[in-house]
Ligand binder design. Structure first.
Ligand code: 4NP
Length: 156
């Protein structure tokens, strides 16, 4: 099982989602591949935003080795499941899909908590510091469910 988390810049939401899920998966003794990417090229090669790194660290999630990269169409072949952080990124991912099989892999991440709600994980980049706490809480809830699903399916 290979999972890709996707946001816009790949420096705030998706690295955090990947880090949280990695920690939960490791705690369950599974070794699912978990990665992240951004639909834009704004921050390619950069580390995660310092506010993201700080918030993650507070909860025992280490994002120091993260470097941003852009989502590419080849990711559809590499990953089994692609979670978009918001509707805009969901649409940008689907723009690169070439077949129905690709489209089926993409889901709005908060729909794992509340199916069909299409709730966005708000972009914390231009907001206040507590935006990162809010994003952490939302992603922690979603990743808990994703980790349980993976464990129940006995997929590594
Ligand atoms: P992310 O946040 O998509 O959660 O990584 C953003 C990071 C950078 C920008 C926008 C959102 N930006 O416009 O540079």
């Amino acid at each position: 099982m290979k999972i890709l988390m996707v946001c816009l810049g790949n420096i705030c939401r998706s690295p955090l989602a990947a880090g949280i899920l990695r920690k939960k998966i490791k705690a369950k003794g599974l070794n699912t591949v978990i990665d992240s990417a951004g639909t834009s090229d704004y921050h390619v090669g950069e580390p995660a935003d310092p506010r993201t790194v700080e918030t993650a660290k507070k909860y025992g999630v280490d994002l120091n080795s993260h470097r941003a990269r852009q989502f590419v169409a080849a990711d559809f072949d590499k990953y089994d499941k692609i979670y978009a952080m918001d509707r805009s990124n969901f649409n940008r991912i689907l723009d690169l899909a070439s077949e129905n099989h690709d489209t089926m892999k993409v889901e709005m991440i908060m729909n794992v908590v509340e199916p069909g709600s299409n709730r966005d994980v708000p972009d914390p980049y231009f907001g206040l510091r507590d935006g990162f706490e809010n994003v952490f809480g939302m992603l922690d809830e979603a990743c808990e469910i994703i980790a349980e699903e993976i464990a129940n399916n006995k997929e590594s």
